[in-house]
Design a protein. Structure first.
Length: 139
């Protein structure tokens, strides 16, 4: 099983006055990783391309386990996998790591919606097929 891998440095803007990553920024790191994951599959799934088709992904549920703090200038690696694919949603498991140390574990459910109506729509079949290679069966 392969993972989407996204590398990111912690910048001053990501931290509090003590140089520790502010808790909400782990959500931003995870979103960056999911965005890059979709782009790595195809430019057809960039935010702009999807919006031009009237489609977007929205986060509908998120669980975060904060395990250890990331700090200023840390080099992070975010591993993203798919835990579940449903007709209009997907659950991603995202592990934020520094070297071999797990810093945060996120479970993020996203739904595909029509921008005009705000109603759920089925995932693009091509995207669904591409995501299958990243399915992880265990947490």
């Amino acid at each position: 099983m392969k993972s989407f891998v996204y590398n990111r440095r912690v910048y001053f803007r990501d931290t509090d006055a003590g140089g520790v990553v502010y808790h909400a920024n782990y959500l931003a790191f995870a979103e960056e990783a999911r965005t890059q994951a979709l782009l790595s599959l195809s430019e057809d799934f960039s935010n702009v391309a999807m919006m031009q088709k009237g489609e977007v992904f929205v986060v509908v549920h998120c669980e975060v386990d904060f395990i250890k703090s990331a700090k200023l200038d840390d080099q992070l690696v975010i591993y993203s996998n798919v835990l579940k694919l449903a007709p209009a949603s997907a659950v991603f498991l995202q592990n934020i790591m520094k070297n071999d140390t797990l810093l945060a574990k996120l479970k993020v459910k996203v739904a595909a919606i029509n921008m005009a109506s705000g109603r759920p729509i089925s995932f693009n079949p091509k995207l669904k097929e591409l995501l299958k290679q990243y399915i992880k069966t265990e947490e």
